[in-house]
Design a protein around this ligand. Structure first.
Ligand SMILES: Cc1cc2nc3c(=O)[nH]c(=O)nc-3n(C[C@H](O)[C@H](O)[C@H](O)COP(=O)(O)OP(=O)(O)OC[C@H]3O[C@@H](n4cnc5c(N)ncnc54)[C@H](O)[C@@H]3O)c2cc1C
Length: 495
């Protein structure tokens, strides 16, 4: 029986653990160690004692999230019952004409990418320019996305490929940057073009789906139960602080246990208490899958000069991470209903918002809330703003949107701002030039495989689907590479 420890229980770690057990067919013993008391990592959420759902940040599931859908299905979670579709609709506030514009994606494959042509925020000439630019772009990305595109920012590449300059200045365009947390900074063209490629290849449905409830409850805990039903163990509240190794092979995981009794309701925020004397070194394993975020990995490597400078891991310290924010506003006033509930192009730093009232069964029939708005963004440039100041700004931004005029400060019943500042919650940025710093799944240390949305993969852009695919890939590597020779071959070194 091979013993595998998976560190991290976000989408990547859960996918890796489930796959190891499912495909290992009784021959793999899996233990998951994870820092937080809940499953789902950056995509986790919890329900407050009075029934309100708080997420780290609103999550959407795009049509091409094939592997996440399959994982949920294996865990007995019906996608149709736990998510609600936007039926291809979203709305964008454009600063240049101070109006809200509808964007409706059609129902078919590549054609959906041309639906921008129907976007009323573009002039006639811009639409023609946009159409021919998209045709050229799709033809290019379908042939593969060159890694050299990581060295240029999205705007520069688009202009080079004939995109009208005025389009680059629209909020419609800005959304692609903000969806990856790259505001106010630039974004890697490679990363965005990968998303476009996925859309063009597998746009089986043009809708995006929103979770109908607390994601940890409806998705990640059922996956955790499946892992346990397959014989795996999930140990929560263990923080990996250090890796033990002899320079060649991973030999131990040094972990501290979080004092769960010290935790208030909500997400795990430092400072949290460590159980005195709880430090434990796990050595009883054949392989480890590290599925922790970039911020946590930077912390683990920081005090280990050998690992820190090792080829393949040396770039990790150079990745930029930011603190995402999720602002939840429970409001008295109802807003425009139906699928047109996703709004983008709002005032930074929280420029994307969604009304959860029609999606979440806990809110849908609850007359106490007219709308339940959830804004997403990241805090660069706004670090010193108080929660209240950020609330005021978000309200000011959204009340300009057609149908949201009644959203004012007076109608706010309650609000909660989640700032993901802790190292384990910070998010890596896909800025130009970052690709070369990302680690490969096969690391220089024998016995250590990496997974996560920030680890190199075939789908090099940040989202839950990438994380799940990366976890599945890590499981593949572990199942196929038990020996030193295989490891070296995979790592591209002479055995
Ligand atoms: C605000 C916000 C909004 C987002 N919106 C979307 C969206 O709409 N759609 C989408 O597809 N994606 C979205 N994402 C991205 C998505 O959440 C991530 O891509 C995904 O969660 C990454 O999964 P992961 O398993 O790689 O890492 P994570 O989800 O970060 O999980 C990491 C795991 O490692 C554990 N861990 C961390 N440090 C340690 C340590 N030292 N020791 C032990 N365990 C540790 C954590 O507890 C956690 O279980 C969003 C992210 C954020 C922050």
């Amino acid at each position: 029986m091979r013993k595998v420890i998976v560190v991290g229980a976000g989408p990547a770690g859960l996918a890796a653990a489930e796959s190891l057990l499912h495909r290992g067919k009784g021959k793999v013993d899996v233990t998951v160690l994870t820092l937080e008391p809940y499953l789902g990592g950056s995509a986790a959420s919890f329900t407050t004692s009075d029934g309100r759902v708080v997420e780290q940040g609103q999550h959407i599931m795009a049509g091409f999230y094939r592997e996440l859908g399959r994982l949920l299905k294996r865990a007995g979670v019906p996608k149709e019952e736990t998510t609600v579709s936007n039926r291809g609709h979203m709305r964008v506030w454009e600063d240049r004409d101070q109006q809200t514009h509808d964007l409706h994606f059609g129902a078919s494959s590549v054609g959906a990418l041309f639906d921008g042509l129907r976007y009323s925020g573009l002039g006639f000439g811009e639409k023609l320019g946009f159409g021919s630019f998209m045709a050229r772009m799709i033809a290019r990305v379908m042939g593969g996305v060159p890694e050299a595109w990581d060295d240029v920012c999205l705007s520069a590449l688009c202009l080079e490929l004939g995109c009208p300059a005025s389009l680059v200045a629209t909020n419609l365009f800005r959304c692609s940057r903000e969806a990856q947390f790259n505001y106010p900074g630039e974004i890697s063209a490679y990363s965005v073009m990968h998303t476009l490629r996925e859309l063009a290849r597998d746009y089986s449905t043009s809708e995006v789906r929103f979770p109908a409830g607390s994601m940890s409850d409806i998705w990640w805990e059922p996956i955790g139960r499946r892992i346990e039903a397959l014989g795996g163990r999930i140990l929560r509240g263990w923080r990996l602080v250090k890796l033990q190794h002899d320079g060649q092979r991973l030999t131990g995981l040094v972990c501290d246990q979080i004092d769960q009794r010290s935790l208030p309701e909500g997400f795990l925020e430092p400072p949290f208490r460590i159980v005195p004397g709880s430090r434990r070194v796990w050595t009883d394993f054949d392989e480890v899958v590290l599925a922790i975020p970039a911020g946590s990995m930077q912390r683990v490597l920081k005090y280990d000069p050998v690992l820190r400078d090792m080829p393949g891991l040396a770039g990790v310290a150079r990745l930029t991470t930011v603190a995402p924010m999720g602002l939840h506003v429970w409001h008295r006033q109802a807003v425009t209903r139906g699928p047109r509930t996703l709004v983008a192009g709002l005032l930074p730093p929280m420029a994307i918002a969604l009304d959860n009232k029609p999606f979440n069964p806990a809110y849908r029939d609850n007359p106490a809330f007219g709308s339940v708005l959830h804004f997403v963004g990241q805090e660069t440039g706004f670090e010193d703003w108080t929660d209240e100041e950020l609330l005021h700004r978000a309200i000011r931004g959204i009340q300009r949107v057609d149908g949201y005029e009644g959203i004012d400060l007076e109608g706010v019943l309650t609000y909660k701002l989640v700032r993901d500042r802790a190292p384990h919650r910070r998010y890596w940025l896909s800025e130009p030039g970052s690709l070369k710093h990302k680690p490969q799944p096969v690391t220089p240390l024998v016995g250590m495989t990496m997974a996560g949305d920030w680890v190199r993969s075939k789908a090099d852009f940040p989202c839950m689907e990438t994380a799940v695919r990366s976890g599945l890939h890590a499981a593949d590597i572990v199942l196929k590479a038990p020996t030193r020779q295989r490891h070296d071959a995979l790592a591209g070194r002479a055995a």
